[in-house]
Design a protein around this ligand. Structure first.
Ligand SMILES: Nc1ncnc2c1ncn2[C@@H]1O[C@H](COP(=O)(O)OP(=O)(O)OP(=O)(O)O)[C@@H](O)[C@H]1O
Length: 519
């Protein structure tokens, strides 16, 4: 294991070197004298808890954040990008968590847009794409419309776009968060192929299991400070975790599976059905059927998981339940009340909480404060005469911040200034705090969260069920579903299939069969 002071900043086979790089936002010290090196032809993971400074580090290297102090070297040259265009010119590319493709344009047009306005003849573009497909296993169809592509296909286009500029260094901000296990394997292969061809890959991830498989080296950040790192061959998974969490969090706490009841509290067959989905059908404007004949019933106190490869109707199901999408046929009821076409306010009053998958688009308003975002769905509760009781809003926010361990300067900080994982904790705190909670719909609730936060969120879902709520969780993390759910159904081609009791010793195999369409 290497400590900060041992990290070589000059010489060796480093492609990129950072020396005492610092960045402060207001009162938050996001990066504190970061010194590290990325070797040429290697995969380098950046690890750390939510809010540790990982994205700020990558954004600094890509030129979207300018450091307050410190020095960067790219090979033997001083490197001071004034923006992404400078970074790209210097051979540095970045693939962000939130894609920047234009959905209404073709893949080819998006790729041309990405090359700084220089129009590559289509023939040359095709040759470049063939080469990238051969070298790195990244095939894309230039004629496809981006809006028709799955998440994984969009990500592939983003990576291809970054490669077209011929970078030496590629920064990937949490690329595996949106992928299923087979897609993660493919991305790991791509990373290895990039490194073998001499490029360096810097990758942010929260999944420690992946780190050992993909990375040659790692750097661990805690509260903006490099607390360790080095070649993966010299560091165990436990050591990485200890570096990430510090001594404050016992390892056992972060690694423990979600709390399962000590006694058999399986939900009685006669427990009331809180959430019922009946014959729901959704077709997109172009005629594609996203959901067809979906029936589902979740009882009070029950946690039902929806497993499945992304794009099999899970997102549409969440949107129907949140009210963002109106089904062509079928009904949604909570405690017998038909909410199929109900307003957001009526859904909240009925005790329906939804943690949406795309929290940036649907779950929050970045320019508003943490306190305002927490209060959004229940503003009437804070009304005092014709004003809002802001001090009570702030006090409640302070409680939620402490309970959900949100790393924020305070309740008045704009939500958009928090790290991605901490923004997500705010959305979770708000939804799980819905008064008179009857139904929780959680779409990918642990995506983007660090290991400690994952355990906490799964615990909270279990606690909501123990208090009598019906909980529906959509996740691509089968292990998490198995650890927290009572039963699991599988989304496949717009339908929900099977119902696997998670206490069955064959649960994982039965779900595996359903995932591939075998009933
Ligand atoms: N534009 C900004 N304005 C104010 N504060 C910011 C800004 N960008 C980042 N921060 C703060 O800097 C700190 C580090 O954030 P960063 O996004 O780098 O963390 P992270 O390690 O990537 O976290 P996560 O795993 O949650 O994505 C956080 O406290 C965050 O609130």
């Amino acid at each position: 294991m290497t400590t900060t002071t041992d990290i070589p900043v000059t010489g060796g086979d480093s492609l990129l070197r950072l020396d005492s790089v610092a960045k402060t936002f207001g009162t938050v010290r996001a990066l504190h004298d970061v010194t590290m090196a990325v070797r040429a032809g290697s995969v380098h993971c950046i690890l750390g808890e939510n809010g540790a400074g990982k994205s700020t580090l990558c954004n600094t290297i890509f030129g979207t954040v300018s450091p307050d102090r410190g020095r960067m070297m790219l090979e033997d040259d001083e490197y001071r990008p004034r923006g992404p265009a400078d970074a790209i010119d210097s051979g540095v590319a970045m693939v962000h968590q939130h894609f920047s493709l234009i959905p209404t344009m073709s893949v080819a047009d998006n790729l041309v847009l990405g090359s700084g306005g220089f129009r590559r003849p289509l023939r040359q573009l095709r040759e470049d794409l063939d080469r990238i497909a051969d070298d790195y296993g990244l095939g894309v169809d230039p004629t496809a419309m981006v809006r028709d592509l799955s998440v994984v296909a969009r990500q592939r286009v983003e990576i291809v776009k970054s490669l077209l500029a011929g970078p030496r260094l590629i920064l990937l901000d949490e690329p595996t968060a949106v992928l299923d296990p087979a897609e993660i394997d493919a991305l790991i292969e791509t990373c290895h192929a990039l490194a073998s061809s001499g490029k360096s890959v810097v990758l942010i991830t929260h999944k420690l299991g992946e780190v050992a498989r993909v990375a040659d080296e790692a750097t661990v950040l805690r509260a903006g400070t490099v607390v360790g790192g080095g070649p993966l061959a010299d560091i165990t998974r436990e050591e990485l975790l200890e570096m990430m969490l510090g001594e404050a969090t016992p390892l056992a706490d972060a690694l423990r599976p979600a709390r399962r009841p000590a006694v058999d509290t399986s939900v009685a067959d006669d427990a009331p059905i809180c959430l019922r989905v009946n014959g729901v059908r959704v077709a997109h404007a172009d005629g594609r059927v996203a959901l067809s004949g979906v029936d589902l019933a979740v009882r009070a106190g029950e946690i039902v998981g929806v497993a499945g490869v992304e794009g099999n109707g899970q997102s549409e199901l969440t949107s129907v339940l949140s009210g963002a999408l109106r089904p062509d046929e079928g009904t949604v009821t909570v405690d017998g009340e038909d909410l199929t076409t109900a307003t957001q306010a009526r859904r909240t009053r009925a005790g329906l909480a939804v943690i949406p998958e795309d929290r940036h688009a649907e779950g929050m308003i970045g320019a508003m404060s943490v306190a305002e975002n927490l209060a959004l769905p229940r503003l009437p509760q804070y009304r005092r005469w014709w004003l809002l009781d802001r001090s009570r809003m702030r006090a409640d926010a302070q409680t939620a911040i402490a309970e959900f361990d949100v790393r924020a300067p305070g309740p008045d900080a704009p939500l958009g200034s928090l790290s991605g994982g901490n923004q997500q904790k705010v959305v979770l705190a708000r939804e799980l705090g819905t008064p008179g909670l009857r139904v929780v719909v959680a779409a990918q609730p642990t995506r983007g969260l660090d290991v400690g936060a994952v355990a906490f969120v799964l615990d909270r879902l279990r606690a909501a069920a123990d208090l009598g709520a019906a909980v529906l969780v959509t996740s691509s993390e089968l292990d998490e579903l198995l650890s927290v759910c009572d039963r699991i159904v599988v989304a496949y081609r717009g339908g929900l299939h099977g119902s696997v009791d998670t206490r069955s010793p064959h649960a994982a195999r039965e779900i595996g069969n359903l995932l591939t369409g075998v009933e």
